[in-house]
Design a protein. Sequence first.
Lengths: 295, 268
Amino acid sequence: MARLKTRLRDIKSFIIYRFVFLNGIISIIVLGLILAFLIANSIRFFLSYPILEFLTGQKWSPTVLEKFGFLPLLTGSLLVTFGAIVIAIPLGIGSAIYIGELAPRAVREILKPIIEVLATIPSVVIGFIGIKLLAPIIKDLFNLSIGLTALAGSVMLAFMSLPTIISISEDAINAVPNRYRHASVALGATKWETTYRTVIPSASSGIAAAVMLGLGRIVGETMTVLMITGNSPRIVFSWLQPVRTITATIAAEMGETVQGGLHYSSLFAIGLILFLITFLINFISDRFINKIRES
Amino acid sequence: MVSESTKDASLPYDGQELVISGSTTLLQVSEAWASAFMEKYGGTIIVNGGGSGGGIADLINGVNEIANASRQIKDEELEAAKDAGLDVQEYIVLYDGIAVIVSNNVTVENLTIEQLSKIYTSEITNWKDVGGDDTEIIITARDSSSGTGEYFLEEVVQLGKTMENNDYSETALRLQSNADVVNQIKENDNAVGYIGLGYLEESLKIVKVEGIEPSVDTVKDNSYPISRGLYIYVPGKELTEIGQAYINFVLSDEGQDIGLEEGFVPLK
């Protein structure tokens, strides 16, 4: 009887183990399939369009001149992303430190769930807020004719990435053992010195992960930037000009392309590059995190 | 949209199904046609968007029977259809006029097609060069995925395809819908844009094109220069009974009246 029971338990654990294993494998297979799908659909573009002209071209005019210059889209994405990160990192980490280290327990219990709920606002709603509230403010503030600019995109994307950055950074700060703090204070450090020199370095791998996850969200975000960055495909280095991002280009142009045509496969090509960029971000951050963990 | 006739089963097309997809410009009016048709003749008509290109791809792949398009079918697509053994047939179902609108602070009343072309290619960048104040021009356009945008490009920016290398200036903002253009033109300064006739509102400042005000009448008598046809494409030989009946309905006086109600210009 007892043996049967152990037997059943063995079978159960075997099945569960296999199930978990299967889940892990499936996600890898899906990732591989996505990559294969992107490559299969963009191959026509890479075969018929000179790749150097694609990567260094300064003009994106897919239907009229059939010029597929990637640079305006890349600079657009970089500008918006960089702006968003510059806004989101200090705000995000600052909030996390406040919630994790300084805020009274009661405040913390209220703030954290509220910030996590912010993450659930759909991007199209954020886009609406950007069009209706932020763009007019930017227009008046900088005395522009129109408020749909890279800056509008950066601000809204920073807003979207904040919940991720705050929540995960705060978890990391919270996970720092209290004895670290006690030891630091015992050595005569002030509260701020303790936070700055002991807690943050100990939590740095978690904070780095938080920033990278936020960055991933920013780079891949589509709907919001499509709505509020104006989508002019030109190379600019000012946040007060409209820009066109990689994601917005795919979303805006896919609808009416001739399926299987050059324009169609060019959109898959920039999708492939976007995929590689986000893959690289995750890869680097993973390495980075592991390194900190080891040391 | 899926809706089935709930009336008695004596309607002639009950039990038959028709799938329509394509241009978002035609989406609303197609839904209106479909529901009026089902009310009268029965059957089930499913209308989807997906864009003109998507609709034509669906037609070639045998997913739909009727493809809505706010542009004419392209040679590449015709060839693909031929390879799939389809002889595609084209119908013009309505006309649409494209109105040029400006922000309220712009004082210009009239523009020629040539001036518009120069504005949209950034050859003219200041309103004073076309008789307005000394301020920059903010250009708003649509993306290549928009039938309206593509038509305006060919007819105006490329001067009726005589300047085939003209593209929208890279400084042009690319907005995502007629409603979006209306919104941005209203809320910002110095901007110019274009929208389908059906989207005109009282509060918008309309610019005459070549001295002609856009309206149903001026589109109909062909005096307004920026108007276009809207199309549907069907597989000629394989068209079902209900498909043919739907086309007849769309082209009938009743169907055309529905088009007028939706802001388009009837054929007759």
